[in-house]
Design a protein around this ligand. Structure first.
Ligand SMILES: [Zn+2]
Length: 239
């Protein structure tokens, strides 16, 4: 299983998942169509499926164009119907397949009410959309701090070498906020330095891992719902 980012719009990542055994390729959260199709073609890949983690247009805007160009079916949570009618609706406990790879669907509401994660346990990879970011978490547009806390604790319980694929390049801004929350966290200080170096070179900082997040993500490390709610509020008004 090969996974590559396609950077689009300001800071979105569309993830291409390629299974070389079957030749299948999935596009996760295509903001737009043509650049994602071109990125797949440049690798000799043909998009055969589209997965959406939530309904926001910067995660679904390319559904139609990709479906029309490739015939790839679109799979997503019910809420995607607000903007596009998926071929298959999935939620907690459902499975999706990409060639020989199977993924479990999790309901992780909070950023949106119907947000899902797509977890490939054998590949140790999870696609979390806008629920968790490197050293951060998504804004609570349609859910509560309690839901986000539960989501992050569920993610934290995954094996620590699980790679986490997020929907945006927010890592540097998140790191700069995180060091104000945990000024004595040496892992975090070292990570901020690494992320600054990567971004200076224009490089992608993702995926992250569950282990790294356990050590450096103040939202995942919050001990209570109240603590997470306070952090989220502070971050919302952080420069
Ligand atoms: Zn979103």
């Amino acid at each position: 299983m090969e996974i590559v980012p396609v950077p689009v719009l300001n800071d979105n990542y569309v993830w291409l998942i390629h299974d070389s055994d079957s030749g299948e390729t999935a596009a996760v959260d295509p903001s737009v169509g043509p650049p994602v199709i071109e990125a797949a073609e440049a690798r000799g890949w043909q998009i055969s499926q589209v997965f959406n983690t939530h309904w926001h247009p910067d995660h679904t805007g390319g559904n139609q164009a990709i479906h029309e160009a490739t015939g790839a079916p679109v799979t997503g949570p019910t809420e995607v119907r607000k903007v596009y009618e998926p071929d298959r609706i999935v939620g907690e406990g459902d499975h999706v397949r990409l060639g020989g790879l199977e993924a479990n669907i999790w309901d992780i509401p909070a950023h949106t009410a119907g947000h899902i994660a797509i977890y490939f346990p054998t590949a140790k990879a999870i696609f979390v959309g806008d629920t968790m970011f490197a050293m951060g978490c998504g804004r609570l547009f349609e859910g509560t701090a309690a839901q986000m806390h539960a989501n992050l604790q569920r993610l934290a319980a995954l094996p620590e070498d699980t790679r986490v694929y997020c929907g945006h390049e927010y890592t540097l801004a998140n790191a700069r906020f995180a060091v104000t929350v945990e000024p004595d966290n040496a892992d975090l200080a070292a990570r901020l330095q690494r992320v600054e170096d990567l971004r200076e070179r224009g490089e992608v900082t993702l995926p992250t891992t569950i282990g790294e997040e356990r050590r450096t993500n103040p939202f995942m490390r919050a001990h209570s719902v109240d603590e997470l709610a306070r952090l989220r509020q502070t971050k919302d008004s952080f420069g």
